[in-house]
Design a protein around this ligand. Structure first.
Ligand code: GCW
Length: 886
């Protein structure tokens, strides 16, 4: 074995033992078998790079790194056109100059696009990576390496790939302090304690990941912008970030605060039409360009969620965007002005009020009034990245204005970094939706890319999900969402299957069993999540005034945030029809509106997003809405349970470290899916008074409620009766009490988990909803760590081997210690020290610990001992004794 082979053998053995995930999809793991033979035959270990730019330098280094890793060969660098088979990287102009006889021409190639072409001259075969600009060379190099890594043939190439849209950006909601709003992958790679980090090596690594997907822009600070981002002392620091990204062809942008003229400029006003304000923006932007000459532009959130905007002076969003656009124009910069503008103090009693209308109401009249370097950045749905929304009608409305589709890669409403939800099928669903903006055949993707109305500065923006965590995104699987966003931004015509399959192979290798299992799982996770969180367009029934994570059916109601689902005793759903509802449906083009206006033609999965129907309303297959809700939640749980089993079957085929991490994640998700199922189903059964036709809701086999066990030290806490908040059933409340003091939700706190108090029974400070606890009660141990509490029960079933599930509450303010006994024997012990998003004892803190293979005989005493820690009370919800599956 050569030395190099030995090294790579050792490396791959180590890889099977443990990978951190830091290499993400750029692992360049050694190939073997036919894939290795074929690629070695096709790819020459000789490389010549005709272009001398730093970006082409990145391409060169990447090719060397990739071939070394995958093919166990160290490419030899040559210049010009080698007289032997080689990989040749160069722009078309350079290729034509160096190899005129090859006559390489590709008129269709556009900026950033690439052409992989095999040229055969005599016995020499050249693998050519051609482009018309440097970025294209880099993107083409990554594309070639991707093909090799996933085992595609590269012997005879003739592949042109152009980007679908010029704008392929990520936004970061990173605060200058280093926290990240809605970030679940650790702290910011850019910022710390108000400054740019000293060590920006992770920024370079990130630039490489972005470049591998063709992402060409990145905004580096929160859209809830700190005015200090424009302060002169930060400019040279920001320049360091731009320097770290530049070799990867990623240009930076900054999010700016609309009140900067006042807060940073010291002016008495920030009126966009005031001459001094105009001057401020010009000078401030000029200064930024002195430090970052290739700044891509700025992002702006104004008049939204407590941020000030042009309405303060009676000006329009066009006035606001244009004043900055004009300052950017001489430098070629763009402003992304966010379409996410709505009133978060709406009266929830008024059935005509609808947050869903807001983007369109605010912007459609302004079409044509924005400068040509202003882009309206529009979220995919009209509400806010919920599990399923109809596409924002504004996407199909603007004809004379650049627009960009904003997608959220970070899983704010999708279980954050705790659940496995691959968002690619969800995004595809929106992108492929035909808006009929100019007759049939105008899908969202084409509109967003400016193809329909010929807007040149359009495309896709994703709110990124990465931080300093080793694995970037807080868990191994969420990396697939950044990958998927990038691939879709490059080519939204790729299928979900293709994108997920690539990602799986790049991330977990080519073993067919591994690939098939992970592909199938990732393709289905969005629908699974929908099943157990918010089916039929009900959206996510999550704690929208709190952590955006825990189940909390009523948190959306009785407050001004407008994420209402209006479930009451008789029915559920938002009536958004023109005929009787908010009129939202009228914002679509007539062909789409016609389908949505009628319940009968509305697809079932959007029914409750668009209509209010009785619980007994029959879906297209004849099932009632209420029964579907029950069934879907059971189905979701079964699907997650199946993921656990499927993953277990991969033991030994995935490196141990990632195998264990993913298994823990899926098992946790399974427990949470049960919490969601029970809370939602119990709530709807209580509200509708229609029992589950299959008799499952409220009847949980094998469950022993903690409050019914024999308690020593533990005391019972009663969370009340599940069901509709009294505000929801009050027929004629006293004047002035309706919709009133629900605690004015404040603007979102940077880096904070929620939106402050308020809302249904979900706000911080309020007690958790009763349905968050099985049976509405839990037990808590307030005795302190010195005196552990215990809850015991006598087993009365038949003898056999069982799984014991203990449902307990894991809050962030302590690490309680648990022991599980059968008789005198300790059969398991664990510590409640997960870092969960939930900040209090509620459904989000409710956690399941499973002990498998426990032999039980009638009469055995099962005892749970809980030792509290810090503020955590070793609280228990229930014990469940289920026949062992194994
Ligand atoms: O959904 C909301 C998030 C806020 C975010 C806002 C936005 C950056 O909860 O955290 O603020 O969207 O998109 O501006």
């Amino acid at each position: 074995m050569s030395k190099l082979r030995l090294v790579s053998f050792l490396l791959s053995a180590a890889a099977l033992y443990g990978e951190t995930g830091a290499s993400a999809w750029l692992r360049y793991a050694p190939l073997d078998g036919p894939a290795l033979t074929a690629s070695r035959q096709a790819v020459q270990p000789v490389l010549s790079v005709l272009d001398s730019s730093p970006i082409a330098g990145s391409a060169r280094d990447e090719i060397i790194r990739g071939i070394r890793g995958m093919l166990d060969r160290v490419p030899r660098l040559e210049s010009g056109i080698p007289q032997e088979s080689a990989i040749v990287i160069g722009t078309l102009a350079e290729l034509q100059a160096s190899a005129p006889t090859w006559k390489l021409q590709k008129p269709d190639l556009i900026a950033d696009g690439y052409w992989l072409k095999t040229v055969t001259v005599g016995r020499n075969r050249y693998t050519v990576i051609a482009a018309i600009n440097e970025r294209g060379l880099l993107y083409g190099s990554f594309a070639l390496l991707r093909k090799i890594a996933i085992g595609e043939p590269v012997l005879q190439l003739d592949e042109l790939s152009n980007p679908y849209a010029p704008v392929r950006w990520v936004n970061h909601w990173d605060n200058l302090a280093g926290t990240i709003e809605r970030g679940y992958g650790g702290r910011s790679i850019f910022w710390d304690a108000g400054k740019v980090r000293g060590d920006l090596s992770r920024v370079s690594d990130y630039g490489r990941l972005l470049a591998s997907l063709g992402i060409n822009g990145c905004s580096i600070d929160n859209v809830n912008a700190d005015p200090k981002i424009m302060s002169p002392e930060l400019a040279p620091q920001i320049a360091r970030i731009a320097d770290a990204f530049r070799p990867w062809g990623v240009r930076i942008a900054v999010s700016v605060d609309f009140t900067s003229p006042q807060k940073i400029g010291g002016l008495p006003t920030f009126d966009p039409l005031d001459a001094k304000v105009v001057e401020f923006w010009k000078t401030a932007i000029d200064k930024l360009y002195q430090s970052v000459p290739d700044l891509a532009g700025v992002v702006m959130k104004a008049d939204s969620e407590g941020r000030q905007g042009p309405s303060a002076y009676g000006r329009t969003h066009a006035d606001a965007a244009n004043v900055v656009a004009r300052a950017l124009k001489p430098h070629g910069g763009l402003i992304f002005y966010r379409g996410f503008v709505y009133d978060n103090h709406m009266d929830w009693n008024n059935p005509k009020n609808d947050r869903g209308r807001a983007a369109w109401d605010n912007f459609h009249d302004l079409d044509g009034k924005f400068d040509d370097n202003a882009v309206i950045q529009i979220k995919n749905g009209p509400i806010d990245f919920q599990v399923r929304e109809a596409p924002s009608p504004l996407l199909g409305t603007l004809e004379k204005t650049n627009e960009a589709l904003e997608l959220q890669i970070t899983q704010e409403y999708f279980g954050q970094s705790k659940y496995n939800v691959n968002l690619v099928p969800y995004w595809k669903d929106t992108m492929d939706f035909d808006m009929h903006a100019k007759g049939a055949g105008t899908p969202v993707k084409a509109l967003a890319a400016g193809k329909v109305f010929h807007q040149p500065n359009s495309g896709f923006v994703g709110v990124s999900n990465i931080g300093l965590d080793d694995n970037w995104s807080g868990n191994q699987l969420s990396q697939g969402n950044l990958y998927g966003f990038g691939r879709l931004a490059w080519n939204p015509d790729l299928s979900s299957k293709q994108i997920i399959d690539e990602w799986t192979k790049l991330t977990f290798g080519l073993n067919p069993k591994v690939v098939d299992t992970i592909d199938a799982m990732q393709l289905s996770t969005w629908k699974t999540f929908e099943h157990y969180t918010g089916p039929l367009g009900l959206q996510t029934l999550t704690d929208i005034v709190g952590d955006h994570y825990s189940v909390n059916v009523e948190a959306s109601e009785y407050n001004g945030w407008g994420q209402w689902h209006r479930a009451d005793a008789k029915g559920v759903g938002m009536d958004r029809t023109v005929a009787t509802g908010t009129g939202f449906i009228g914002q679509y083009r007539p062909e789409v509106a016609k389908v949505f206006e009628s319940e009968a033609t509305t697809p079932d999965d959007l029914l409750l997003f668009l209509h209010h129907v009785p619980y007994t309303y029959k879906l297209h297959d004849g099932k009632t809405v209420i029964q579907y809700l029950y069934d879907a939640h059971y189905q979701g749980v079964e699907e997650v349970a199946a993921y656990v089993q499927q993953w277990k079957a991969l033991k030994g085929m995935v490196d141990e470290q990632r195998y264990n991490q993913v298994l823990t994640q899926l098992e946790y998700q399974h427990g949470q899916a049960i919490v969601w199922r029970d809370a939602v189903n119990v709530w709807f059964e209580a509200a509708s008074k229609i029992p589950d036709g299959r008799g499952r809701v409220g009847h949980w086999p094998g469950r022993v409620e903690a409050e019914s066990m024999t308690l020593a030290g533990y005391t019972v806490q009663d969370w009340g009766k599940p069901g509709i908040d009294p505000r929801g059933i009050a027929k004629t409340p006293a004047p002035g009490t309706r919709g009133a003091p629900v605690g004015q939700p404040g603007p979102p706190q940077a880096g904070a988990p929620g939106r402050g108090a308020g809302g249904g029974r979900g706000g911080f400070g309020a007690s958790p909803p009763a349905e968050d606890a099985s049976g509405g009660k839990i037990v808590v141990c307030t005795a302190g760590a010195a005196a552990p509490c215990s809850a015991s029960t006598k087993y009365t079933g038949v003898a056999g081997t069982y799984s014991l599930n203990v449902e307990y509450f894991d809050t962030p303010n302590g690490a309680s210690h648990y022991r599980l006994f059968v008789g005198k024997q300790v059969v398991d012990e664990w510590v409640g020290d997960l870092r969960l998003p939930s900040r209090r004892m509620d459904a989000g803190a409710s956690t399941r610990h499973t002990t498998e293979g426990v032999a039980l005989r009638p009469g055995d005493e099962i005892r749970i001992e809980g030792k509290p820690d810090g503020m955590e009370t070793a609280a228990l919800d229930y014990l469940e004794i289920l026949p062992d599956k194994n």
